[in-house]
Design a protein around this ligand. Structure first.
Ligand code: CA
Length: 228
């Protein structure tokens, strides 16, 4: 079991935090490359093709939100865990729809970081060779991780894709926010369920009138039965 689980890029300008992240991620079997500047971090993504990025928000050069936007604008969907200094920022991060897959608030335990990272990577991997999912106008291929709306490619983040695939794989079934948080994100933190609403609205914005997601009042969400 000496083979690396893949390279994680840590972009963090506080040396002691970067060192701690490196220590824990290395211990878990990941390779780690650190950068302390946003621009250097972005260059490292292109050069090193990491399996995931742990990205601080407050960075010299280019801050974490612009970093993430630029990455997604360049059609790079490497999973990103954003690290924020304050809890209030979390709303802003999600509200800005910058395409991050998860976030952590400082101070966080390195163990929490490892757990989030593993959950993000599990989601990214997806079930190999699974069947095409869809409701007519919308088609998802979980094996290839591609999405089509009316035959046109649709750009979805890892988390958006996984949430949509989870609902489409079980048409008609109603999920509470807590269930989705646990089953799609891999963890169900207390008070964190608004994240689900944010991702559902992002999906609806991208899918427009082809969205199969139905709000079930007082409960949660469901995808409508296919074939209609
Ligand atoms: Ca910082």
């Amino acid at each position: 079991m000496t083979q690396s689980k893949g390279l994680v890029l840590v972009v963090e300008d506080e040396r002691h935090i970067a060192d701690l992240q490196r220590l824990y991620l290395t211990r878990e079997g990941f390779g780690v490359h650190t950068e302390s500047d946003g621009m250097a971090g972005l260059a490292a993504v292109a050069r090193l093709r990491p399996v995931a990025i742990v990205l601080d928000i407050g960075l010299p050069g280019l801050d974490g939100t612009d970093f993430c936007r630029r990455l997604r604008a360049a059609d790079d969907w490497t999973p990103v865990i954003l690290v924020t200094a304050r809890d209030e920022e979390a709303d802003r991060i999600l509200g800005l729809e910058i395409g991050a897959d998860d976030y952590l608030t400082k101070p966080f335990s390195p163990r929490e970081l490892v757990a989030r990272l593993k959950a993000v990577l599990r989601r990214t991997a997806g079930p190999p060779g699974s069947a095409i999912l869809g409701t007519g106008r919308l088609r998802l291929d979980p094996g290839r991780r591609t999405a089509l709306r009316d035959g046109e490619p649709l750009e979805l983040t890892t988390t958006e894709f996984n949430l949509l695939a989870h609902l489409l794989a079980r048409p008609g079934q109603v999920f509470s926010r807590e269930q989705l948080r646990a089953q799609v994100w891999g963890h169900a933190d207390y008070g964190d369920s608004r994240v689900v609403d944010v991702y559902v609205s992002q999906l609806r914005a991208k899918l427009g009138d082809a969205s199969p997601i139905r709000t079930v009042r007082g409960i949660g969400y469901s995808a409508q039965e296919p074939g209609r």
